[in-house]
Write a protein that binds this ligand. Sequence first.
Ligand code: ADP
Ligand code: MG
Length: 249
Amino acid sequence: MNIGTHGGSCSHSCCLRVQNLSVKIGSESILTDVNMHVHCGELVALIGPNGAGKSTLLKAILGQQEYSGVISFSVPGQRNRHAKIGYVPQTPSFDPGDPVTVADLFACCMSKRPAFLGISKAMREKILACLQRVSGEELVDKRVGTLSGGELQRVLLALALEPLPNVLILDEPLSGVDVEGMEALMEMLDDILKTYDLSIVMTTHDFGMLHKYADQVYLIDRGVVCSGTAAEVLDSRSFHQVFHRKGGI
Ligand code: ADP
Ligand code: MG
């Protein structure tokens, strides 16, 4: 999906900006007055207890959730630029008995040709090139329902990178992934940030990786409670108050 430009100034190269965003569902305030800046090349982590509104904020950025406030994207010197967003949703589940292969999944998303007509040689090459971005070429003929948590995240990541987005959004990509898989996925996201001109916004409950990988951390609890570096947020009084009050995540 696309997000329009904003006129405000920002010293960084390009920037996704959320200003005074609030979300109400029925009479319930889910998010109030969220302000967030995401600069190109940055990994921004959203943390917070369950029900804090993290996924709702991502859905608002994706245009899947009504909100008040402004969400905009800017590139200095380019007028009317729109942001392309890539999205990996929270733990989608696939039936192990489902015959859909990774190649079929890509073909459905990338081709107008019905999957039952088969995948052309050119399309298969394109799919392999996409999977190469996540070192996943060997997964091409596997059934999606049989992939491990880490393999599924890599496949979904490869899908979200085609076409290359300006902002890559991942909702809890580390849940359902084992410890080695987590490290591998974070290294991959780090490489993607260094290779392509994009930024990453992800939610996570795995605070251990924030120091190493996150440029900015936002603690969300129905709004932004605090933000800063991993050390600033994890050592803050607010962090301890939020998680102590909720009794953990
Ligand atoms: P998080 O991702 O931080 O766990 P969510 O954004 O999923 O939190 O949810 C925040 C709150 O919004 C929760 O209380 C949830 O029940 C509520 N909520 C989310 N989506 C809906 C919806 N479609 N209808 C009603 N309430 C919703
Ligand atoms: Mg969520």
